[in-house]
Design a protein around this ligand. Structure first.
Ligand code: ADP
Ligand code: ASP
Ligand code: MG
Length: 443
């Protein structure tokens, strides 16, 4: 079977006509068979979320205005993107088709499925317009509709075996092609409806595709030169990390490093496909290589995840009682709510969740087990690295740096790659800055 590489370009990387031009150069830089995964143009998915919200709350006038504004953006985008008469007419027809669809939706009664259809327009538009651009520049390629192969089951989990079979079949049908373009983020769900892999999901699409076709590499092209040692949106001085293991990268992604979708590492890890994080705006920068090798020992990076809720269950009955934790976990399992952190004492257990959809019901079901306290507006700060438990000084440096921060929970030892702290969100900026200095000597 032909070996492909996967190249995924995020919103900023396709957000301007000149960036699409740059992308076309990057994807044709060598002759390796390539599958290109594109996000929506930057800002589009946010606008589509707003449009969906306006429609669902009955603000049709507002939705109309948002749709018109977005359409105007695409009209000027294509004027700059394609110059030929025929290709411009094609691009115009694509924009018209998708905005007509949004206009029709305005008249239909709102549903969850409809909101997913709205969200899918961004990736459909970006890939189709990019395809027209490639056509204008006589770059031979084929547009692969993600909705024909990317799917999730009734638990929202990707169906990797089905993705594998369908994708192999589609590629087989176009054996003469070496360059394929497809949509990130969008998929079909168990009911066959249009759905998506959650915000930032194009990274996940890329990794799933790379796993499904056993790609030589999964390149994630974005607007920064790789995974940095700390959140560059919060801390001024951060540096790119050259090498990470899959485990380290997965922990960072899960615990808030926005550069990667939280679930995007496992498919590549499971199928042993190396992942590279690269900068579209600075293609010669080294970026970050993610493989089974960590490269070095010790702390590599810090990430933070907001919107965390702590639940404390205090019960004297817990004393020496086996089966107590099982009963508690069953409640979370019932509501399909993942637990991020957990600490126990003789008479109490504290755990954290991110998904608040069923918080009330969870608390109600926990009440028979003891006194329940819920604390909101918390942040998990994760310190990630290789063999942390065997690296001297990690904990002493960590706590020395954070003497003034009210730490609510600590999780250490569950994984060799992670120490996690739970803090009030109001202290996040300060914590990340203090750790930058204390652990990396960067100010
Ligand atoms: P894309 O649209 O290409 O998917 P994202 O905005 O999703 O890009 O991800 C890239 C952004 O992630 C960066 O611009 C940066 O602000 C943010 N980010 C957060 N944490 C990190 C980190 N540790 N290293 C690099 N980037 C990070
Ligand atoms: N366009 C989607 C989003 O903005 C998916 C992605 O960009 O990864 O969330
Ligand atoms: Mg992203």
């Amino acid at each position: 079977m032909t070996q492909f590489k996967v190249m995924k370009f995020g919103g900023t990387s396709v957000g301007k006509p000149e960036r699409m031009r740059q992308v076309s150069q990057l994807i044709t830089a060598d002759d390796e068979p390539t599958i290109v995964v594109l996000s929506a143009l930057s800002g589009t998915t946010n606008s589509l979320v707003e449009i969906g919200n306006a429609i669902s709350s009955g603000e049709r006038e507002k939705a109309r205005e948002l749709i018109d504004k977005l359409e105007a953006h695409y009209q000027s985008f294509i004027k700059e993107l394609v110059k030929g008469e025929k290709t411009y007419a094609k691009a115009k027809a694509i924009v018209a088709e998708h905005f007509e669809f949004l206009t029709i939706i305005l008249r239909i009664s709102f549903s969850e499925a409809l909101s997913k259809d709205i969200l899918a327009q961004g990736e459909l538009l970006s890939t189709k317009l990019f395809s027209v651009f490639l056509e204008e520049h006589k770059i031979d390629h084929h547009l692969l509709p993600a909705l024909e192969f990317m799917s999730i089951d009734s638990h929202d989990e990707p169906q990797i075996n089905s993705i594998k079979t369908k994708l192999a079949h589609l590629l087989q049908q176009h054996k003469d092609k070496k360059l394929f373009i497809t949509q990130g983020y969008i998929c079909r769900n168990a009911r066959g409806e249009v759905d998506n892999l959650k915000r930032g999901g194009s990274d996940y699409s890329a990794s799933l595709i790379a796993a499904a076709i056993n790609a030589s590499v999964c390149e994630i092209w974005t607007d920064i030169d790789g995974m940095h040692n700390n959140d560059p949106r919060v801390v001024k001085k951060t540096v790119a990390i050259e090498q990470l293991s899959f485990e380290e990268a997965a922990e960072l992604a899960y615990f808030g490093a926005k550069i990667l979708h939280p679930a995007s590492i496992w498919p590549a890890q499971f199928y042993k496909v190396p992942v590279k994080l690269l900068n579209t705006m600075q293609p010669d920068a080294k970026g970050t290589l993610i493989t089974e090798e960590a490269g070095s020992q010790g702390v590599k990076a810090i990430a933070a995840k907001d919107g965390i809720i702590a639940i404390n269950i205090k019960s004297s009955r817990m004393l020496l009682a086996y089966g107590f934790l099982r009963k508690i976990f069953e409640v979370f399992e019932k509501y399909r709510t993942p637990i991020d952190m957990i600490t126990t004492s003789e008479v109490a257990v504290s755990l954290t969740i991110e998904n608040t959809a069923d918080l009330k019901a969870i608390v109600r079901e926990l009440e028979p087990f003891g006194a329940i306290e819920v604390e909101e507006n918390l942040t998990i700060v994760s310190i990630v690295g290789n063999e942390l438990t065997q690296t001297p000084d990690v904990l002493s440096k960590l706590f020395a740096a954070l003497v003034k921060v009210p730490i609510r929970m600590v999780s250490y030892g569950g994984s060799k790659h992670n120490v996690s702290l739970l803090i009030p969100s109001a202290h996040k900026t300060e914590t990340l800055q203090l750790l930058n200095k204390g652990l990396f000597g960067l100010e």
